[in-house]
Design a binder for this molecule. Structure first.
Ligand code: GDP
Ligand code: GDP
Length: 456
């Protein structure tokens, strides 16, 4: 039987941006947005999708039909009704306005409820929001998720915060519970993003791949153009097969920047947008510059977003001491990105075309790995062995029980371990499990996630 969609309720005082967030998540202009408090009147339901997580979203804006200063008994009741059976609540505050007494009151009240609460610090774009974001830690409801419902930034963080609470009810989980395998939908065009610092050679590389000069390139950082996604067919030189690719291009989004520092910041933001779209992310490095902090930041972001990541060292045609450069970068990646072992690294030249076909071929393979479903029986066999070889610890003399494991999702592979006293499980043990899965099932180079879950 298919699971019903999980339910997420938006709570917050008037005018903090609840309707805007609702619209953003539902993807349509369903709720009325207005500057005046209390404009929306009904409780609204919508089917939301957030980077592939599906849930029903309830906007509670309708409870604000008075110019309320405190949480009235009636509001409490209605909020309670909406939260009944909900899987998570998004408690929205206005980071620009800072915490109000009403926010604090709602926060106090929410703390007593059973539903998991995620504080969303909305209107978080720009400096003006910093104070409010820090203030919202004081609600005692965990780390706030800074977000701009209006501009759409921060949704990836919201995704990460929501996921533990609702992922188990995802429709895609259903076949898994029944033990069926190989049911994943066929893979469409490869969604590929090429990201990197300004001047790494992204535009040149894309030109070269597309073999036409429709993108403007130049030695000046940030000289670029408009296009965001290009549909393209790549011919695999090994098989002669034509394969579809949707190439997501970031550089075009930063043409408005004027100063270099701004550019540096912006390229991370651009990368974030491209990563949102992509299945596989190629981080392009400049062989004449090596690996820098910002590269690691972009790489870590791609991994956090659950994307398959590969590294391409560009301008190989002018690299000095190529072999020590290559090894140095590999080593630095191993240290800087311990989350993902075995990231594929390629040396390429956008100018000569060296290494490009290998890189694209590997991107297709990496997507396969990223989409892989591990057979349940093999997974459980591995799990039993892993526990036997290295049993979980017994803090205060009581053993942590790990009962079974299942793969809940692919793209990236995500596993759920069921057991008891899981909050006591050291992160080193989680890492032991993640590394074991990665090694045993050939999931090198993709983020592998393991969640712990106690049966209710
Ligand atoms: P609600 O009463 O909580 O449902 O709030 P609305 O969604 O109606 O938004 C109230 C006001 O805040 C509107 O003018 C929105 O345009 C504005 N707003 C919503 N989200 C953001 C945001 O992320 N940034 C900024 N600056 N304004 C926002
Ligand atoms: P973007 O800012 O990342 O889009 O970088 P561009 O594509 O504009 O390239 C920046 C500069 O690096 C330009 O002068 C390119 O000609 C040069 N460049 C890009 N790829 C290569 C390469 O493989 N070899 C060499 N020698 N130069 C390259």
């Amino acid at each position: 039987m298919p699971n019903p969609l999980p339910t997420v309720v938006i709570v917050g005082r008037p005018n903090v941006g609840k309707s805007t967030l609702f619209n953003r998540l539902v993807g349509k202009k369903l709720a009325l947005v207005d500057d005046q408090p209390g404009v929306t009147r009904d409780r609204r339901f919508g089917d939301a999708s957030l980077l592939g997580l599906d849930f029903q979203i309830v906007d509670t804006a309708g409870w604000e039909d008075e110019n309320i200063k405190t949480l009235s008994g009636r509001m409490r009741q209605q909020t309670m009704a909406a939260l009944e059976g909900a899987d998570a609540a998004l408690f929205v505050i206005d980071a620009r306005a800072g915490l109000s007494p009403l926010d604090e009151e709602i926060g106090n009240w929410l703390r007593e409820q059973e539903v998991p609460v995620i504080v969303v610090a909305n209107k978080a774009e720009g400096r003006a929001a910093e104070g409010g974001i820090y203030e919202s830690f004081a609600l005692g409801l965990g780390d706030p998720v800074p977000l701009s419902a209006e501009h759409g930034t921060g949704v990836a963080d919201l995704f990460d915060a929501l996921r533990p609470h609702i992922e188990f009810k995802q429709p895609e989980d259903t076949p898994e519970w029944e033990g069926e395998e190989g049911e994943d939908p066929p893979l469409g065009p490869l969604k590929l993003a090429i990201v990197g610092r300004p001047n790494a050679g992204k535009s040149t590389l894309i030109n070269r791949l597309l073999e036409e000069d429709r993108l403007l390139t130049g030695p000046e950082a940030g000289v670029t153009r408009d296009s965001i996604a290009v549909d393209w067919e790549w011919t695999d030189p090994k098989t002669g097969e034509a394969r579809e690719i949707k190439l997501i291009d970031t550089a075009g989004m930063r043409k408005k920047a004027k100063v270099v520092e701004k550019l540096e910041k912006l390229s991370v933001a651009d990368a974030r947008r491209a990563v949102d779209f992509a299945e596989v992310v190629v981080l392009l490095l400049d062989a004449t510059q090596g690996l820098e902090h910002q590269d690691l930041k972009i790489a870590a972001m791609a991994i956090e977003e659950g994307r398959a990541l590969m590294i391409a060292i560009n301008k190989w045609d002018i690299a000095e001491e190529p072999s020590s450069l290559f090894n140095g970068i590999k080593e630095a990646l191993g240290e800087g990105l311990a989350q993902v072992k075995g990231l594929p690294v390629f040396s390429v030249s956008a100018i000569t075309g060296k290494g490009l076909d290998q890189m694209i071929g590997a991107a297709f393979e990496l997507r396969e790995t990223w989409s892989k479903r591990v057979p349940t029986a093999a997974l459980n066999r591995w799990f039993d062995d892993a526990l036997m070889n290295n049993p979980p610890p017994a803090p205060k003399g009581r053993r942590i029980k790990l009962r079974y494991i299942t793969q809940a999702a692919t793209r990236p592979p995500r596993f759920v371990v069921f057991g008891t006293r899981l909050d006591m499980l050291p992160t080193s043990y989680e890492r032991y499990l993640v590394n074991g899965i990665r090694k045993t099932f050939g999931l090198e180079g993709v983020p592998v996630r393991v969640n712990l879950r106690s049966p209710k």
